[in-house]
Design a protein around this ligand. Structure first.
Ligand code: HEC
Length: 120
């Protein structure tokens, strides 16, 4: 949608894509997606701004605290990668492994206990 608002040469000139997260802290280059990495990413990628610090929802987004009981890993993966409704897509901002990490975190029964700073 936003792309339609761009005029003329913006389309032809794609050498420098905008970077939404200018300084994403890269921890150790993780070999495989882990729920621990996912907990950090959830806290640092803006998810909690809409879904709340422990996923209990805000006026902007639904409660996803127990989304693991409702949705498969694949459904959660696609929701994050492609977005849906009022949720933006994170497919450009996050790598596949990063999204997989968040999925592992959301699917883990002890996921919320892994948050970097347990929120009230
Ligand atoms: C701008 C606010 C916003 C941000 C940021 C955001 N979400 Fe969402 N999210 C939503 C909204 C709104 C929905 C409901 C979308 C719909 O289905 O219409 C949603 C839905 C979801 C769902 C599906 C919930 C369900 O029960 O079906 C998951 C899982 C989810 N978000 C995870 C995340 C994760 C992980 C992040 C961070 C990478 C994130 N969201 C960032 C607004 C947001």
């Amino acid at each position: 949608m936003a792309a339609l608002l761009l005029v003329g040469h913006a389309v032809a000139q794609q050498a420098a894509p905008p970077s939404p997260a200018p300084d994403t802290p890269q921890q150790a280059p993780s070999a495989a997606p882990t729920k621990d990495a996912g907990a950090k990413l959830f806290a640092e990628s803006g998810c909690s701004q809409c879904h709340g610090p422990v996923g209990n929802g805000t006026a902007k987004a639904p409660n996803i605290h127990d989304v693991r009981k409702r949705k498969t890993s694949e459904q959660i993966y696609l929701q994050i990668k492609e977005g849906k409704g009022a949720m933006p897509a994170f497919g450009d901002a996050l790598s596949e492994d990063e999204i997989r990490s968040i999925v592992a975190f959301l699917r883990a029964s002890d996921g919320w206990a892994l948050l970097p700073q347990p929120a009230k």
